[in-house]
Design a binder for this molecule. Structure first.
Ligand SMILES: Nc1ncnc2c1ncn2[C@@H]1O[C@H](COP(=O)(O)OP(=O)(O)OP(=O)(O)O)[C@@H](O)[C@H]1O
Ligand SMILES: [Mg+2]
Length: 127
């Protein structure tokens, strides 16, 4: 079973998260700059002239598609590297993935996701 991890993290934590992911053998990933808010609905800034609200804050959306059995390890790696303990640290979503097609070779599913040295290239119980 293939899953997609979608993590919304602080921009300043991206380098730490990327490094931690490389260390556990994550190769394929992509990142998008997004604007959004969580349950606080943004932040209120105080100026001498008064306060105003910034409702859509910048975050990085990190996307990783990988095998089921590597999800927990990957999520925990992201969580630890992205955590400051303050509000706005982000959220991680996990979705099922129907299929993957590598355009160049027309490989599908696991074959299309396997890179040399990647966490997914190592199958439990197989050599
Ligand atoms: N329900 C949601 N759907 C999609 N994206 C969301 C949702 N909630 C938050 N996000 C995205 O996640 C980012 C981080 O959210 P945030 O960390 O503020 O979550 P939170 O639930 O409010 O947690 P905290 O209480 O730690 O602030 C947001 O800036 C937004 O981009
Ligand atoms: Mg929040």
């Amino acid at each position: 079973m293939t899953k997609k991890i979608e993590a919304f993290i602080r921009e300043e934590k991206f380098d730490d998260v990327k490094k931690a992911l490389h260390e556990i053998g994550i190769v394929g990933m992509n990142v998008i700059e997004v604007h959004g808010h969580g349950r606080q609905g943004g932040i209120t800034l105080a100026w001498r002239t008064g306060t105003y609200k910034v409702d859509m804050l910048p975050r990085y959306q990190l996307n990783i598609v990988l095998s089921d059995h590597n999800v927990e390890k990957t999520v925990e790696t992201i969580r630890q590297a992205a955590c400051t303990g303050k509000q706005g640290d982000g959220l991680i979503f996990i979705y099922p993935v129907e299929d993957v097609i590598r355009i160049r070779t027309n490989e599908r599913g696991r074959d299309a996701l396997t890179y040399e040295g990647d966490i997914d290239a190592i199958q439990p119980g197989k050599k």
